[in-house]
Design a protein around this ligand. Structure first.
Ligand code: SF4
Length: 405
């Protein structure tokens, strides 16, 4: 039975009988480590009585990964009586708390999601994972959840945390040590110590279970391009047109409010599918099906401001839903008001988006951007703190009136 808790009011306390935690992301590397370690735990420095395997559910793992985990790995955990703890977030904010979806030495199932998923978090604000900088999505969906549990359970007591970084990514060992902020924690990297790279891990799982173990990541992850695995990723989408359709909707919604919000930086997922190919067409048809839902007309404003000493501040945004309806009806409303203000409307004749730029983005900061756009009605009203004051401060001399004001 899942148990929810807020960080302020925890249902969990220190566990003196525990001193090792193994992070399991369900993928090739950490699964290979687990499977091999369980052949002889003591010789790998593991006392299973004092160890827990930790998994943070993001909510969008590929179905084949979940299947393989339930088919091969959970029976292994059950056979060895390994304690398996499954966690997830309850909401966008830290104060919404977290849930222990399961905590068992006889795990029967893998929980695919908690009360609030990364997908819901992204779609509700009309965005996609960011390629640049730190993987904030991963820190939000996994790092913060795991750290919360570890802090409750260890309360500053020394413990070892085993990470499944493979020997091809040795640099992550140093990144992990630098990022580790939990008192008492010591990170360990056995795959790096064994010299097991990706290939060895794949081969081990293939030999052990007779199955090729696919990569584990969220279906909408933007990193397959940077890992040089885009063709494999697209092929995976083609085998799941329903998933492709959903991910296309996530991207299309985000790009309606911000044309730069392509999943893969310079390229969008949508432009990677070829409508003349039968398999790609199935993905595009699933996308059209996904768009068959209520749409909304949004007023979006962004501020690109500088600090007093001229550095760029984080972009501020205000998103407001003005109307709900069918895409054609909203596009007509936008067109008629824009026309009377002599503002052009961009219209996507294939998938239905309409958009008007009142203040297009320029290239020099500080600047303001303002647009009206139609999109699937999944995005909530949201405004950064202090937005209106900053908006008026920047545009105090402007006389321009938006068409739908
Ligand atoms: S798999 Fe990709 S989208 Fe999911 S949390 Fe990790 S980096 Fe973010």
């Amino acid at each position: 039975m899942p148990r929810a808790a807020s960080p302020q009011l925890s249902l969990f306390g220190p566990e003196p009988d525990l001193d090792v935690v193994i992070n399991w992301g369900l993928g090739v590397d950490s699964s290979a480590y687990l499977a091999r370690m369980l052949t002889a735990p003591a010789s790998h420095g593991i006392d299973l009585e004092r160890t827990a395997v930790l998994y943070m559910a993001t909510g969008s793992e590929w179905p084949e990964t979940r299947l393989l985990v339930e088919e091969f790995m959970l029976p292994l955990l059950r056979e060895h009586g390994v304690r398996f703890v499954q966690l997830a977030r309850n909401g966008h904010l830290q104060q919404d708390g977290f849930t222990v979806l399961d905590d068992s030495r006889c795990p029967e199932r893998l929980y695919a999601r908690g009360a609030w998923t990364l997908w819901e978090d992204l779609e509700s604000v009309g965005t996609v994972p960011q390629q640049a900088g730190t993987r904030k999505c991963s820190l939000w969906a996994k790092g913060a959840v795991g750290d919360w549990w570890l802090t409750q359970v260890f309360g500053g007591r020394p413990f070892r945390q085993i990470m499944g970084f493979n020997a091809d990514e040795e640099g992550r060992r140093f990144g992990d040590q630098a990022a580790s902020k939990i008192p008492g924690r010591t990170g360990e990297f056995p795959l790096i110590d064994w010299g097991w790279g990706r290939r060895q891990c794949e081969n081990y799982l293939l030999g052990r279970f007779g199955m090729h173990w696919p990569k584990s990541y969220c279906t909408f992850c933007c990193f397959p391009t940077s890992m040089g695995a885009l063709p494999t990723h697209l092929e995976r989408m083609r085998t799941h047109p329903d998933i492709a359709g959903e991910v296309l909707r996530l991207e299309y919604t985000a790009m309606s409010l911000n044309p730069n919000a392509r999943l893969y930086g310079r390229k969008s997922l949508l432009e990677m599918f070829d409508p003349s190919s039968r398999r790609d067409r199935a993905c595009l048809e699933a996308f059209e099906h996904e768009l068959d839902m209520p749409w909304a007309l949004y007023h979006v404003r962004r501020l690109f401001l500088l600090t007093a000493d001229g550095r760029r501040r984080p972009v501020m945004r205000s998103t407001e839903r003005l109307d709900l309806g069918r895409p054609q009806q909203l596009a007509r409303r936008l067109a008629s008001t824009s026309h009377s203000h002599r503002v052009d409307v961009e219209h996507d004749p294939v998938y239905g988006r309409a958009r008007t730029w009142v203040r297009p983005r320029r290239t020099t900061w500080p600047m303001a951007e303002e647009l009206f756009a139609t999109a699937p009605a999944r995005v909530i009203d949201k405004q950064d703190k202090g937005f209106e004051q900053e908006w008026h401060a920047l545009l105090s001399g402007s006389t321009r009136q938006p068409p739908l004001a």
